[in-house]
Write a protein that binds this ligand. Structure first.
Ligand code: SAH
Ligand code: F3S
Length: 432
């Protein structure tokens, strides 16, 4: 049978990038990628275990794949964080799976493909990151991992278990990857890490701010983004790098998780509400036009109505552009399981609804405020809904579909006058 593969990806940017690495590695070995799983002789599920819902989806998908496998020759691999967390239990529960491979082993595809290993869930010293074979889906943008794993121990979070301890790549290695991406036409670079701003070059000790500056100064980098920053790791060097380089996005994702210092302490987030606000203030003083986005958890064990009100008031105060909110989901082996009383499900659901309603209003006001303004937009390709229009993103990551200048090369920065603010996107006309 021909060597064809299908990859399904859930979860965060790091998982996206792992899929790009897996895909590139397979292509290098003579495999070709297909969009229809029925055409594939290898199916990879790159899974997420951040919340229970994501995790249970994997087993229902595996149930479907069992039927496919009954019909023909097929290899099935479970990758990502569920693989890491469940290991051998996946093979026990779904014996039709051929191998289980955690995030630490993305560089070791051959071991599992050959049947040499059915369970690869260690974190090898040498992670074998071959950036030249990454199969990047975008022609304008490249994601670049700078640090893997997380050394924080937020009491709700499974990531330190599934992605291991922090390992930073060297300065030179990161810069070489960015240069290669720019040489291949990518003008937007996104640096990735679970705690991206904890980066430290293992050779020279240079910090995240130094790396940001060095990447921003590479000729051809038009827009530089990064995620996810931890509020307690924001320092002067990071702020100065952002202030001094106009190609670094004026948009910062800074997950707060809760507006209540009491809850933050139980989450072990390493900052208080006041400290977080002070950090925002310091960044705003240096870069007045900056916008923020955040992650929030509602219904963390012991969260009272008063704690929740503090999350609402914080959102109101900071006026986040984008906000990702989640109901607390108990994760196996995490300390939060033993902290405080669980919040009743209907109460958590109701809080989430109120929080979204508040943010919807703030988001609406923000989008409406763009009407009539000319915003710089990085052109990414034709619009998904109307091929006669082009599509791109603003510096604060809103999608803009626009008319005018149809022959603009992808990756250009254009001024677009915003005429309309739809539910999630903006619409306008290129003016220059
Ligand atoms: N490294 C990032 C993000 C980690 S996971 C950080 O420092 O914040 C992405 C988001 O999922 C988190 O920010 C958090 O809001 C949410 N999340 C993580 N664990 C969760 C859990 N057990 N229940 C609900 N949401 C969770
Ligand atoms: Fe998770 Fe906290 Fe790290 S949210 S990824 S343990 S900073």
């Amino acid at each position: 049978m021909s060597k064809t593969f299908f990859i399904e990806t859930w979860g965060c940017q790091m998982n996206d990038l792992d899929s790009q690495r897996l895909s590139g590695g397979l292509k290098l070995r003579g495999w070709s990628r297909v969009d229809d799983e029925r055409q594939a002789s290898l199916i990879l599920l790159n899974t997420c275990s951040i919340r229970e819902k994501a995790e249970s989806k994997v087993f229902s998908r595996l149930g479907q794949l069992r039927e496919l496998k009954a019909e023909r020759q097929l290899q099935i691999g479970v990758c990502g964080c569920v693989a890491q967390q469940e290991g051998e239990r996946i093979l026990n529960r779904a014996p039709w799976v051929d191998f289980v491979m955690g995030p630490g082993n993305v560089g070791y595809l051959d071991d599992v493909l050959s049947g040499g290993r059915t369970i690869a869930i260690d974190f090898p010293e040498d992670r074998r990151y071959d950036y030249l074979t990454v199969d990047r889906p975008s022609v304008t943008k490249a994601q670049v991992t700078i640090i893997e794993g997380c050394n924080k121990n937020c009491t709700f979070c499974i990531v330190p278990t599934t992605r291991g301890r922090e390992v930073s790549r060297t300065f030179d290695d990161v810069l070489a990857e960015v240069r290669a991406a720019v040489d291949s036409g990518r003008v937007e670079i996104e640096l990735l890490g679970q705690t991206v701003n904890a980066y430290r070059c293992p050779m020279s000790g240079r910090d995240f701010g130094a790396l940001l500056s060095a990447v921003a100064e590479i000729e051809g980098v038009r827009r530089l983004r990064f995620m996810t920053s931890h509020p307690a790791e924001v320092n002067e060097s990071m702020i100065a790098a952002m202030r001094d380089h106009s190609n670094i996005s004026r948009y910062l994702h800074l997950p707060v998780q809760s507006g209540s210092s009491k809850v933050l302490r139980r989450m072990k987030r390493l900052y208080t509400r006041e400290k977080y606000l002070e950090t925002i203030q310091r960044i705003r003083e240096a870069i007045p036009e900056i916008h923020f986005s955040t992650d929030i958890i509602v219904g963390f064990p012991g969260e009272t109505e008063d704690d929740f009100q503090q999350s609402l008031s914080l959102i109101e105060e900071i006026r986040y552009g984008s906000l990702f909110a989640f109901k607390y989901s108990p994760r196996p082996g995490t300390p939060a399981l033993k902290i405080g009383l669980p919040v009743d499900e209907p109460i958590a659901t109701e809080r989430l609804t109120r929080l979204f309603a508040l943010h919807e209003r703030i988001k609406r006001e923000r989008l409406e405020s763009y009407r009539g303004k000319v915003l710089p937009v990085l052109v990414e390709g034709p619009s998904k809904h109307d091929p006669a229009m082009l599509s791109g993103r603003t510096d604060d990551n809103w999608v803009v579909n626009f008319t005018g200048h149809p022959a603009t090369p992808l990756g250009s920065m254009l001024g677009v006058r915003i005429d309309d603010a739809l539910h999630h996107t903006l619409r306008g006309e290129a003016v220059a």
